[in-house]
Ligand binder design. Sequence first.
Ligand code: ZN
Length: 518
Amino acid sequence: MNITASVATPSSEKTRTLHDSLLAKLRRAHLLGTVSGLLGWDEQVNLPPDSADQRAEQMALVAELQHAAATDPEIGRILEQLEKTASSGKAELGPDQGVNIREARRDYDRATRLPATLVSEKARLTSAAYHAWAGARAGNDFAAFAPFLEKHIDLARREAEALGWGDRPYDYAIDKHDPGMTSERTAALFDELKTGLVPLVRALDASPAAKAGAEAETRLRNFDVKAQQEFLTEVTTAMGFNYRRGRIDVSLHPFCEGAGADIRMTTRFHADKPLDALFSAIHETGHGLYEQGLPLPLQGTPLGQAAGMAVHESQSRLWENQVARSRAFWRHFEPRYRGLFSQQLEGFSSDDLYRAVNTVSPTLIRVEADEVHYNLHILLRFDLERRLFSGALAVRDLPEAWRGLSQELLGLVPETDSVGVLQDIHWSGGAFGYFPSYCLGNMIAAQLWETAQANVSGLQADFSRGDFSRLLGWLRENVHTQGRRFTALELVRHVSGEELSPAPLLAYLKNRYASLWL
Ligand code: ZN
């Protein structure tokens, strides 16, 4: 049946019907994805120890159904007709429909153009590479992991090739997480950031006050977990998280899962690391607020979905850092915090507490890094990934390159590969081009924060009263409700009127941390 020919000159009503059936098909695939997400959340939060095999089968089945729904050939046929209409210049399709068609095409091509053999090869490799990585990290044996990493890079090249990015495989890897972003643009932003950030980090690393501050933080001990939970629920509720459409539970690694009317967040509690649970929860709540702010009636369609990893991360970081590490925030919450933990905070002045919340300390481990050092950990990984993909760096030379860059950027050299090149899980899953999103997210957060403060006067005073509604409203209007209308770069330009730049992040970091510790 040749449907394309039968609608060579589609009427408006036909176009509308086609667009509606496209959205219905996208929603179906998305809904199946949310079932997968829920099963995954449950696996990490609730799963009894001997139920893993059954869960793996359930997840495989839903993944299969989801893939079939997302690759339904009917989607391809509908898209072809709608694209024909759009290019005919008959003005039957508005800008929203244009976004839907563009983004549906992107997803459909990604889902259908990869050969099934490549997909299963990657799944097999990822499973084997994970075990090889875990063993190599435990035994400090990079050579045992190297062949798996080489295969992953080869697969990533072939994947890029299949999608038409054969000449720019690393750009493809980045674009996968952040549409429209390239390695060249990222490199230019990161170089500028590095120039401003390294001197600040060196000064902070040499600061006796910062060192004393990091030691003082370790005096925060014996924080009852139930009371911690109570406090973070109050904080996240004040931030605007709607607990009638989401919840927070405990898992080994904090995450945020879900979409639309059901957002599942997790954190983890440690009696002697109370700020860890709190700030993890605030971070995930930033993700959750973004998901809750996407237009619910458009759920499952491009305009009801997040704009990419960097924008998502900008939302979590903005709440975690710019908001929750501010003086104004603690002006409001400190009395309640003291009420719950009067004994534990004895001898801790307001200034001590504020400093504990803004501790900086150099570390070799990315996931333990504070918000100043964190960016350098990302710059290091980006530089290495880029050279691996350009062919300038061979996998076998990676540990040495890591040590060199670690010295240059962090001023620290890992004594073993276990705490150096082998520390992250990402590469064992072939997740290249993913790390840059974290740092781009920090830049976007700082630029949005600068713009929000210029557009909405008195935000700090709001925070001092525990009122976050005007900030959330601004984010809803400018970021959340846009869905996938803009790429990250377009969104920043649209909202701030400026190109994305590291300048706001540098200014923010200097303002907060130099004044505190230097
Ligand atoms: Zn995050």
